[in-house]
Ligand binder design. Structure first.
Ligand SMILES: NC(=O)c1ccc[n+]([C@@H]2O[C@H](COP(=O)([O-])OP(=O)(O)OC[C@H]3O[C@@H](n4cnc5c(N)ncnc54)[C@H](OP(=O)(O)O)[C@@H]3O)[C@@H](O)[C@H]2O)c1
Length: 336
C-alpha cells in the first residue's frame, strides 16, 4: 500500500479576510495504517464558514488548527484501503474531519457509511448533512415555528438559509429572505417561493422588514449577525424567537464592531434569543435525514449547489464564500 497524497495546509493564520498566501499545497506519502483505520479517496469537499474560526487561535467550540495542519472539514469519499472489518473497499463514507486532501488516513470512528440510495452522495455534506441538520433543528427545535408566523432568514440563498426558508414554508409560515445580490433574491422568491426578499446591499433592511411584517417578526433565523440582525431584531414581535445560528459578518473583523443595542426590543417584546450548535442534536440526525430525504424526493425541497472543480481551487473558493461569491451550498469536486 502506498498513496501519494496532495493536501492543503494552513501556512499562515489569516488576519481579516483570508488570502491565498495563507494556504499551501503539500505532498506526502501514506504507507502505513493502523488497525481500525481506512484510506479514503476524497470525492467531494464541503466548504463551510465555521472553518474560518478554526484558522484563528481564538477560543471557540472547535479546536484551532495548527500551522502546517491539513485544513480539516467535512467530505465525502470512497474507501480504497481498509484495515477495519466493518469497512470494505468501495464503501462511500462521510466524515467531518476528512479534510482538504486527495487521500485521508482516518479511524473508522470518525466516518459513517452513506446510504447511496437516498440522494446524490455529495448531499451527505449538504442537505442531508451538517447544513441540512442545522436548518432542520435550528428551525424546528430552536425557533419552533407556528403556522402563520413571520419568519425572517438571513444568508437566505446559502446552504443553511435556502433550507430554513423552505422548511418554514412547509410549516405554513410567511417567509422573508435576506440576501446580497439581485440574482440570489430572484432565485429565492421565484424558484424557492419565499414570500418576500430583501437585498441588504440595496434596500433599507429595517424599513423593508417593517413593511413586510407590520405585526412584527415572530422568528428570526440569524446566519449573519451585525447590522442586518440589528435591523431585523428591532422589528421583533411579542414573544418572538431569535435563533442565532451564525455571525458570518463578524468572522473576518479585526476589531469588534460597535452596534446598536437590541436589548430594549428583546425586553419589551419578551423575545427569546438562543444560540445553538448543530452537534447538540447529533443523536437525532438519522430521523431528520429521513424526513429531509423524503421532502427532497417529493420535490417539496429544492437544493442548490455551487460546485467548483479541483482541490487546488479550495482556498480561492473559501475566500469567495466569506465574500458572498457562492450561490448555494459550496462544494469542491475533488475526484470522480
Ligand atoms: N450553529 C451551527 O451549528 C451552524 C452550522 C452550520 C452553519 N452555521 C452558520 O450559518 C451561517 C450560514 O452558513 P452556510 O454554510 O449556509 O453558508 P452560506 O450561506 O452558504 O454562505 C455564506 C453566505 O453568507 C453571506 N455573507 C457573507 N458575508 C456576509 C456579511 N458580511 N453580511 C451578510 N451576509 C454575508 C453570503 O451571502 P450573501 O451574498 O447573501 O451576502 C454568503 O454566500 C454561517 O454563519 C455559518 O457559520 C452554523
Amino acid at each position: 500500500m502506498k498513496y501519494t497524497n496532495q493536501k492543503i495546509v494552513l501556512k499562515n493564520r489569516p488576519v481579516g479576510f483570508p488570502s491565498i498566501n495563507d494556504f499551501e499545497i503539500v505532498n506526502e506519502t501514506i504507507e502505513t495504517i493502523n488497525y481500525g483505520e481506512v484510506i479514503v479517496k476524497i470525492l467531494w469537499l464541503s466548504l463551510d464558514p465555521y472553518m474560518r474560526g478554526r484558522m484563528s487561535e481564538a477560543k471557540s467550540y472547535a479546536l484551532p488548527l495548527q500551522l502546517g495542519d491539513v485544513i480539516t472539514g467535512g467530505a465525502v469519499g470512497k474507501v480504497v484501503f481498509s484495515n477495519c472489518p466493518k469497512y470494505k473497499q468501495g464503501d462511500i463514507v462521510e466524515g467531518f474531519t476528512l479534510g482538504w486532501q486527495e487521500y485521508a488516513k482516518i479511524s473508522t470512528n470518525n466516518i459513517r457509511k452513506i446510504d447511496t440510495n437516498l440522494a446524490p452522495i455529495q448531499t451527505a455534506v449538504g442537505v442531508l448533512g451538517m447544513p441540512g441538520m442545522t436548518a432542520y433543528f435550528g428551525l424546528f427545535e430552536v425557533c419552533k415555528p407556528i403556522p402563520g408566523d413571520n419568519v425572517v432568514v438571513s444568508a437566505a440563498s446559502g446552504a443553511v438559509g435556502q433550507l430554513v426558508g423552505q422548511l418554514a414554508k412547509i410549516a405554513g409560515c410567511n417567509v422573508i429572505g435576506i440576501a446580497g445580490t439581485e440574482e440570489k433574491c430572484k432565485y429565492i422568491k421565484k424558484i424557492l417561493n419565499f414570500d418576500e426578499v430583501i437585498n441588504y446591499k440595496k434596500d433599507n433592511v429595517y424599513k423593508k422588514v417593517k413593511e413586510y411584517c407590520p405585526d412584527g417578526v415572530n422568528i428570526y433565523f440569524d446566519n449573519v449577525g451585525g447590522k442586518i440582525s440589528d435591523d431585523v431584531i428591532s422589528n421583533i414581535a411579542p414573544f418572538g424567537r431569535i435563533g442565532v445560528c451564525g455571525v458570518i459578518s463578524q468572522y473576518n473583523l479585526t476589531e469588534m464592531e460597535a452596534g446598536m443595542r437590541v436589548q430594549r426590543a428583546v425586553l419589551t417584546n419578551q423575545a427569546s434569543v438562543e444560540g445553538f450548535l448543530v452537534f447538540r442534536f447529533e443523536q437525532r440526525y438519522p430521523i431528520a435525514r429521513k424526513r429531509m430525504a423524503s421532502w427532497l424526493s417529493k420535490g417539496q425541497l429544492i437544493w442548490k449547489e455551487d460546485i467548483v472543480n479541483g482541490l487546488d481551487k479550495a482556498p480561492e473558493a473559501f475566500i469567495g464564500l466569506m465574500k458572498g461569491k457562492n450561490f448555494g451550498k459550496l462544494l469542491i469536486k475533488v475526484s470522480d
